[in-house]
Design a protein around this ligand. Sequence first.
Ligand SMILES: [Zn+2]
Length: 327
Amino acid sequence: MISSRALATNAFRYCPSSTGCAQRFNFRTIRPAHSACQPINRLFSTSVRFGATTPKAMSSAAAQMHAVIELPNLTVQRVPCLSDNYVWVLHESGSGKTAVVDPSEAAPVIAALDQRGLKADYILNTHHHFDHTGGNLEVKQCYGASIVGPAADKDRIPGIDISLKDGDTWEFGQLQMRVFDTPGHTRGHITLYFPQAEALFPGDTLFALGCGRLFEGTPQQMWASLSKLTPLPGNTKVFCAHEYTQSNAKFAVAIDKDNKKLQERKRMIDEQRSQGMATVPSLLSDELDTNPFLRPHDSGIRAALGVAPDAPDVEAFAAIRKAKDNY
Ligand SMILES: [Zn+2]
């Protein structure tokens, strides 16, 4: 466990004699080493649970950034990694199982797990990019976790044990996880959906107010992928993998000028970001109302981009993606 002050000031140190799993220390009590991680003792200070209670020593923004979000049957903790990635730590209280979604890097993820006394049973990967799989092998080695990822890209997922494809259902403790193949950003991308928890993990397919760049796919593929997600319940929480929301909002208002809900959402996002707060997860219903990539049917967006009123949605979607790439 770690003190709020240490977390707020990012005061972790990593042991130079580390044997591969991130040995770290700050300056108070000693607990035994994690059994799966072998040698040295780790040093910890007092425990704190983020979320409902904001520790006094931590700014409210820092507490919000590292919050544990309570959903039906599931808690989800946001772990900021690299420059703008979010790794999500899932804990299913019924079975006690824990999973890590898209570990960009190992050290912050191991720190977050240890703060709460959790061990990773699974690593869930949405796609092969290094900022989603960079921590795979170290987290796997540290906890003996099994790695779950897209069957279509199993050769590019480091350490993969379980391959899943479109339509598969996988048991995470007492929860069902449904899998959608969502190619476009990469050819083997999957999106993970937990209907009982009303939670969606779309990786780099769907962002708050945006969608992923088309590195390995076509607009047709990406539009078909997004169209699998839009029918889900509006109350679904969208846990995307990057904090891109503010720049996405700037682009969105430029092509959807008359959208009052979008303008209001942008004001909130600018306020949150000015305080260093996270804007993810978002609600799917808000994305449907304000995310231009889910609104290719909108006459105002079409007019702004010179797309004919009777053109197919995929044509307008391609124009929106192209405009964003050049924005
Ligand atoms: Zn990616």
